[in-house]
Design a protein around this ligand. Structure first.
Ligand code: GAP
Length: 453
């Protein structure tokens, strides 16, 4: 995977096949801002659905929430983001290029890599975007775009626990946009200034936090494995004491082998009772939890698995990208897990022939209420297969002249290239079974991969 595929190939595929476009492209683009095209939006939605299913739907101890991006500025004072959510910034005195000071190797001369100019001393730069609420641009109306969704869960802790009538341990989950004025965004959608978070705040009794922390580290690691990312391209890294965020007692990163090397994919932090204690202090509201079992009142500890949708999407794309020789031609194929694939089925009449079109359209109409299905009748069938391979469609359904006689169609499988013939009346059922089926569990997917390499 990532040791072979260069980022340029992923960026180019994303543009060519409608996954990701540069934002405001007709105006020359806007640095580090990206738009998701027709395939990208489906892939993104599937990643979020997979996360929600695993983290909320399939659990009785997690509830969902959707909180506002703009929050009371007191939230960010209490959470420590106004004082601590900073990166050290250095600037070239001649060309004014900027870097994060901690990204410049300490053994290198501290000069500008572009013009050789002298660098300023590091100064702390707050990463929160500021704006004004209401028509007057004055200090008193300053608000911030949230840099994490987490605070929406903390300030709603009491609302969520009382209305759900659930006991601890209890998680609150949220998916939504976050904003960070990163000094050095880059590597395509890996680090951007606007991105989507998938975060869980899991509230537990103090003293049980370390066991729950271990549990969530494993759980989250396995989520990526189940969705097909190869084990050898994932690893865990514990944060050193000097790199822990201001709220964290402990933290592990799930790292992935991206084209630029091992980098953070998701962070799992033990946030202790830091946030609820701070909010209780600053809001004057008692946020202790009454434990009916033990009769105690305490401020819960919080375990937080925090993932980025965009960064996961990049990891899934990189992992899925394969080039292989088929009939003396290079085939580019995205071996995405079927649950993530933007299109599940493509309906392809053998040609744009007036006799084939009605039946092909009829098959399309049958399938599209049940699967994300596309219909393509332009260019040769070989080219259309390649297009579907490049967007990771697990199944192509081909309608040929024989279909008009026997009411059967051909299903072509993306990974094995196997072709089977099935009666149209059994098509939906067969595809359902195949999409859910054994052969598409992650192990089987890897096995197919190994064979083709
Ligand atoms: N609430 C804790 C928190 O936000 P984080 O380690 O700063 O922790 C968690 O972020 C995840 O969010 C990262 O592992 C990454 O996937 C994603 N993320 C963070 N900053 C990002 C950025 N600038 N661009 C894209 N994704 C980002």
């Amino acid at each position: 995977m990532s040791d072979k595929v260069a980022m340029e190939k992923i960026v180019s595929l994303c543009k060519r096949r409608g996954f990701v476009f540069p934002s405001s492209e007709i105006y020359g683009g806007l640095a580090s801002c990206w738009d998701y095209g027709p395939m990208g939006v489906e892939l993104k939605r599937n990643i979020k659905d997979a996360w929600w299913k695993a983290m909320v739907q399939e659990r009785n101890d997690v509830i969902g929430i959707d909180t506002s991006i703009m929050m009371h500025p007191g939230v960010w004072k209490a959470s420590g983001h106004i004082d601590n959510f900073t990166d050290p910034l250095v600037e070239c005195k001649s060309c004014h290029l900027r870097w994060r000071a901690d990204e410049i190797a300490s053994d290198k001369p501290r000069t500008c890599t572009k013009c050789g100019g002298e660098l300023t001393e590091p100064r702390m730069f707050n990463l929160m975007f500021k704006t004004f609420m209401g028509p007057v641009e004055e200090e008193a109306s300053t608000i911030y775009l949230r840099p994490e969704t987490a605070q929406g869960m903390f300030v709603n802790f009491e609302n969520a626990t009382t209305t759900s009538r659930k006991r601890l341990p209890l998680g609150i989950a949220q998916i939504g946009k976050s904003f960070r004025n990163e000094i050095t965004p880059g590597n395509f959608i890996f680090r951007t200034r606007e991105f989507e978070h998938m975060e869980l705040e899991y509230f537990v009794k103090p003293g049980t936090d370390e066991a729950w922390f271990d549990y969530w580290v494993k759980e989250r690691f396995n989520w990526y494995l189940k969705l097909g990312i190869a084990k050898e391209n994932l690893r865990l890294r514990q944060h050193g004491k000097d790199e822990l965020a201001h709220y964290a007692k402990d933290c592990y990163d799930i790292e992935c082998l991206f084209p630029m090397g091992w980098s953070e994919l998701e962070g799992i932090a033990n946030r202790s009772d830091y946030d609820l204690t701070q909010h209780a202090k600053h809001s004057g509201k008692d946020l202790r939890y009454y434990d009916a079992e033990s009769g105690e009142r305490y401020v819960p500890y919080v375990i937080e698995p925090s993932a980025g949708v965009d960064r996961s999407l990049l990891a899934f794309l990189i992992d899925a990208y394969h080039e292989e020789m088929v009939e003396e031609e290079t085939r580019v194929v995205l071996r995405l897990h079927p649950s993530l694939a933007p299109m599940k089925v493509a309906v392809l009449p053998l040609s744009r022939n007036e006799k084939l079109t009605p039946l092909a359209k009829e098959v399309y109409r049958q399938l599209c209420p049940n699967f994300m299905t596309c219909y393509d009748d332009s260019q040769s069938i070989g080219r259309r297969y390649r297009r579907q391979d490049e967007i990771g469609t697990p199944f192509c359904v081909t309608i040929d002249f024989q279909s008009l006689e026997d009411n059967q169609v051909t299903i072509r499988e993306r990974d094995s290239l196997a072709q089977i013939r099935v009666p149209i009346k059994e098509l939906e059922q067969t595809l359902q079974a195949k999409l859910k089926g054994e052969r598409f569990d992650a192990t089987a997917l890897w096995a197919t991969r190994q064979k083709s390499q």
